[in-house]
Design a protein. Structure first.
Length: 144
């Protein structure tokens, strides 16, 4: 069994799984990796890829299959990533999704309970929202 996965692993995986991000990955490798010797995760997973498209999809409730794929990828990052990757999910992805309540509410309908709890903590930390999460009849429910 392997340990937590790195931001480099997830950057490659994102480019392989979602062809729309291959060019961004190649550009990032050329522009940043060569200079710094690492993926700049907050930049790459932020505006260059996931945050460049996901908030708008959630805002319009567009392509739900695409949203599901992106959220599942973020879930994998959070569950299987190392400390750097989990920081990218929290500080970059979840914080930015929380900038717009409509976007965050729609994202919650896709999130696992684990990601809901992480987002709840971030929102409370920022003093933006008090999200309540509870269980009823085997379902995870939320409101704020």
């Amino acid at each position: 069994m392997s340990g937590p996965k790195s931001k480099e692993y997830f950057a490659r995986a994102l480019a392989e799984r979602f062809p729309e991000f291959r060019e961004a990955y190649e550009e990032h490798m050329r522009d940043y990796f060569e200079e710094y010797g690492e993926i700049l995760g907050h930049i790459f997973f932020g505006g260059e890829t996931l945050l460049g498209v996901l908030p708008e999809l959630l805002k319009t409730d567009g392509n739900q299959e695409k949203i599901r794929g992106y959220i599942d990828f973020i879930e994998d990052m959070y569950a299987n990533g190392d400390g750097d990757v989990q920081n990218i999910v929290g500080v970059t992805l979840l914080e930015c999704l929380g900038d717009d309540e409509t976007v965050l509410r729609r994202a919650f309908s896709y999130f696992s309970e684990e990601l809901m709890l992480a987002s709840q903590s971030i929102e409370k930390g920022w003093g933006r929202r008090d999200i309540r999460i509870w269980h009823r009849r085997g379902k995870t429910l939320y409101d704020w």
